[in-house]
Design a protein around this ligand. Structure first.
Ligand code: NAD
Length: 279
């Protein structure tokens, strides 16, 4: 078994972004990300803080809008409109989840697709579906980088994605299809999940249940990508895969922490640079 080192690979990507940002700045274009946070959810505040730190590292300017919980939907839509029209701003990120009185779909739809560096706008999701250029959701895009930079050959392989969320499972399956894998998507209603999962050469797990996937889901020698992030009863971090029980069966596996997690922000930086280059 070998580990896929997400920390190292994400650092490589951030360093590439930093070098590209320096070139863009020399050419008079400063890459800039606007981050909007509504309310004071502690986890969201940490994520936003980490995104700002990564921007600083990569020479990307970050604008921060920290709005009170009481912000109305219209006020948020008006701010997005302003940022859509601001020529200095290349990327707009609205930290999810939003307070209950704000319709997430309406907010995502308002973001100019050319500034939608999270890749959540239906235009970008549609572009991915039909193989056109657009922004791809950062976590699945990061997983493709983990596989490629670990020299995993994807073309022709059997890939099973467990989870069909709009942010991870669905775009993940489309990206693996684009890389010419034979893809199966599983979800909470899949019959005989163990039998389907254990056919995978590449098994990608994004279900949100701690240590759910044990050795009976995994083919000998498979590559296993664990998207889940949890804290167990002892406050220890773990994924959706029972790492200790499957590690001797696999050829490559992502640890939690230090696997998929660090890739998400690195790919966000990559998308901001791309937005600035395309502008
Ligand atoms: P989600 O809750 O939106 O989706 C979970 C999916 O898993 C659903 O499609 C559901 O059908 C499927 N599922 C649930 N129970 C199942 C079961 N018993 N058998 C088969 N399928 C089942 O979650 P998400 O947003 O896709 O996130 C998944 C996990 O990844 C979470 O632990 C989340 O914290 C983590 N995550 C990590 C990152 C990162 O940067 N590493 C980013 C996003 C999400």
């Amino acid at each position: 078994m070998e580990l896929i080192d997400g920390k190292k690979i994400s650092q490589e990507i951030k360093d590439e972004c930093k070098a590209k940002a320096e070139e863009l700045i020399k050419a008079g274009k400063t890459p800039c990300l606007a981050v909007i946070l509504v309310g004071n959810d502690p986890a969201s505040s940490i994520y936003v803080g980490n995104k700002k730190k990564a921007c600083e590292y990569c020479n990307i300017k970050s604008l921060s809008y920290e709005l009170p919980e009481s912000t109305s939907e219209q006020e948020l839509l008006d701010l997005i409109d302003k940022l859509n029209n601001d020529k200095e701003v290349n990327g707009i990120l609205v930290q999810l989840p939003l307070p209950k009185h704000i319709d997430e779909n309406k907010v995502i739809a308002k973001i100019d697709p050319s500034k939608d560096v999270d890749g959540f706008h239906v235009s970008n999701v549609g572009a991915l579906c039909v193989g056109q250029e657009g922004f791809v959701s950062c976590t699945p895009a990061g997983i493709i980088q983990l596989l490629k930079r670990s020299n995993v050959d994807i073309s022709g392989k059997r890939c099973v994605v467990i989870g069909r969320s709009n942010i991870v499972g669905k775009p993940m399956a489309l990206l693996m299809l684009k890389e010419n894998a034979t893809v199966t998507i599983c979800h909470s209603k899949t019959a005989d999940l163990k039998a389907v999962a254990s056919e995978a050469d590449i098994l990608i797990v994004a279900i949100g249940k701690p240590r759910f996937v044990g050795p009976e889901y995994v083919k000998d020698g498979a590559v296993v990508i664990d998207v889940g992030i949890h804290r167990d009863e002892n406050n220890k971090m773990c994924g959706d895969v029972d790492f200790e029980k499957v590690k001797d069966k696999v050829s490559l596996i992502t640890p939690v922490p230090g696997g998929v997690g660090p890739m998400t922000i690195a790919m966000l930086m990559n998308n901001v640079i791309e937005a600035c280059e395309r502008y």
